[in-house]
Design a binder for this molecule. Structure first.
Ligand code: ADP
Ligand code: ARG
Length: 340
């Protein structure tokens, strides 16, 4: 493979950190599972509008290609390579983000997880992916009470049900071009699916970008309730499943942005006044380490002045701190919106 050329307007962290010299050093390295630099960067090369541009194929990718992954991780999470993964699921105070019920439509927190001993989605084989599915479905079938639910494999789902689940923000979309280039959509829809409890407040996605996305969500702004449900689900699943983890990077994910706590806590929030002053909105979200997404998730647009606002950092801060990033920022957003 030749050193890729990135167009001038390309702002990805891949283009920023993969110099020709580094490319020459890394291009012959391979992880024990056969993951190469070419595979790691394919998504960012084929999609020059990527913001990051790299994916890991296994846990070892993060050490084998550390000279490329480290600066990307450092910049995205404001995490230095001398730091350690921090974790704490305890001590989140009871928080209602929107006591008047005027701004927040819904609150969601998810974590990504992958199983120890398997390659990540970019190079997992069909058989291994199916094995992951059966191990996870077995673990999910043991959940009790509010967490108990049913697993719906994607290949067995009607187009109508699938579209409705996506529209209602419960299910992942199909055909993401970034994942496609990274090899993460291979053998679609085999091994993919969604588990959820009766009222869809607890959900697990299987074999999308990560092998598991564990999700807690509900209407309104009671984020401590959403957090508690998520924590109890993670703990229950850990009794049966062994998640890929490293002392330094925390939970291992396909994309370096999801390492560490692998947690994205978000609200769907309606900000009619601030939506007319995007510069101001952006300055507040930047100050509080928050990210703005559209109503249909990543790479989508905002509609009706509704934004998906979430914590940006996931590594080097604990789970409780990741939620607090959102809590602090959202408080300010609501104050500013009220005074505008
Ligand atoms: P992820 O959160 O897993 O990184 P996305 O950004 O694509 O991935 O979001 C996945 C889905 O979750 C999308 O349909 C998105 O609209 C929905 N979603 C995210 N946050 C919320 C929220 N606070 N309330 C309702 N739906 C949400
Ligand atoms: N690879 C895509 C990009 O670089 C997504 C990066 C972050 N999002 C994610 N879902 N991992 O723009």
């Amino acid at each position: 493979m030749e050193y890729p050329t990135f167009p001038k307007e390309c702002n990805s962290l891949l283009a920023k950190y993969l110099t020709k010299e580094l490319f020459e050093i890394l291009k012959t390295r391979t992880t024990p599972n056969g993951f190469t630099l070419e595979k790691a960067i394919r998504s960012g090369v084929e999609n020059p509008d990527s913001s990051i541009g790299v994916y890991a194929g296994d846990k070892e990718s993060y050490t084998t290609f550390a000279e490329l992954f480290d600066p990307i991780i450092e910049e995205y999470h404001s995490f230095s390579k001398e730091s350690q993964y921090q974790s704490s699921f305890d001590g989140l105070e009871s928080v209602e983000l929107d006591p008047k019920g005027e701004y927040i439509l819904s609150t969601r927190i998810r974590v990504g997880r992958n199983l120890e001993g398997f390659p990540l989605g970019a190079i997992i084989s069909k058989e291994q992916r199916n094995e992951v599915e059966s191990l996870v479905v077995n673990a999910l079938s043991r959940l009790e009470g509010d967490l108990a639910g049913v697993y719906y494999p994607l290949y067995d789902m009607s187009q109508e049900v699938q579209e409705q689940l996506i529209e209602d923000h419960f299910l992942f979309k199909e055909g993401d071009r970034f994942l496609e280039s990274a090899g993460l959509n291979r053998d679609w829809a085999e091994g993919r699916g969604i588990f959820h409890n009766h009222n869809k407040t607890f959900l697990v996605w299987l074999n999308e970008e990560d092998q598991l996305r564990i999700i807690s969500m509900q209407k309104g702004g009671n984020i401590s309730e959403v957090f508690e449900r998520l924590v109890s689900a993670i703990k229950a699943l850990e009794e049966t499943l062994n998640f890929a983890y490293s002392e330094h990077l925390g939970y291992i994910s396909s994309c370096p942005t999801n390492l560490g706590t692998a947690m994205r806590a978000s609200v769907h929030i309606k900000l009619p006044k601030l939506s007319k002053d995007m510069e101001r909105l952006k300055s507040i979200t930047d100050k509080y380490h928050l990210q703005i997404r559209g109503v249909d998730g990543e790479h989508s647009e905002s509609r009706g002045a509704i934004f998906d606002i979430s914590n940006r950092r996931r590594l080097g801060i604990s789970e409780v701190e990741a939620v607090r990033d959102l809590v602090e920022g959202v408080k300010v957003l609501i104050e500013v919106e009220e005074k505008s």
